[in-house]
Design a protein around this ligand. Sequence first.
Ligand code: NAD
Length: 318
Amino acid sequence: MKAIKIDGRSIAEALRASVARDVALLRDECKFTPGLAVVLVGKDPASSVYVKTKARQAQAVGFKSQQFQLPSDVDEAELLAVIEELNADESIDGILVQLPLPGHINRWRVLEAISPAKDVDGFHPYNVGRLAAGRPALAPCTPLGIVHLINTVVSDLNGLDVVVIGRSNIVGKPLALLLGDAGCTVTGAQLQTRNLPSICRKADIVVAAAGCAELVRGNWLKPGAIVIDVGINRAIDSIGNIRLVGDVAFAEASERASYITPVPGGVGPMTVAYLLANTVKAAVSRRGLSLVRNFESSYISQSCSREHDRALDLERLT
Ligand code: NAD
């Protein structure tokens, strides 16, 4: 068996096009433009690249996009004041503070200062709690993107066995909640998990989000499994070049899996696309509108090909 690659780039592109259509309709029919503010503290090169990508894509779908670049020695109070201003700014629907933050800043104080209604990263405890309770919430972008990718190859997740390797707040834990809600039997694995290969061998879907290069080997997989590789690790190849590798040994895994995401070009593009989708969602619900027919399921549990069927419910917008 040779696995089929799940092309995150083109699936994300389709999602961005759908967000752009939503933005145009909101602008034309409801006379507002969603606004996204991205706050970067310091000059970490990777964070700067992420922030630029987010801002560029936000502009491309038609958002009002604002960037705030604060020095790495900025006071926590000053950062909190920027967030307060953005919370109060009616033209801003989504606020994202790029992580990691410098050590002198309390990350939780900052994340909890963001209005839950504008928390497009889905990291505020209010949204985390609502997600855990199965209530509508702004959920974290990477897990939303992963569920979307899985849904492009299997639309009904009921009864499937899934192993999620890694239980961080931004990927593993929320993903386990989303997949559980979708009807999967989810095993959450972490560093302390024993017999991980044999646990994976029983799974219909393996999601690797450990940050550990090529952790998942081909012989860990049940033949025909779906493999989602979230990891982004820098490795040095035989001629000394740095290249990105995932948490899955791609070549080996491709011999056993039915579908597999590449690194790069798998989960990564979906994360930014869902930031945009979350911003539209926040913009709409902040205005008390329930704008999109099947809005939740179209982004979370429908396949990309069905994305085209999605339409804004204009009657309910006005
Ligand atoms: P994290 O360091 O916060 O958490 C890692 C988790 O993996 C922990 O629960 C840990 O117990 C577990 N783990 C580590 N080594 C393990 C092992 N050998 N066996 C089993 N479990 C193990 O990481 P994170 O922020 O969730 O990120 C995980 C990876 O995903 C990183 O490579 C990160 O760069 C990547 N990531 C990618 C995207 C994207 O958009 N593509 C988004 C977020 C994170």
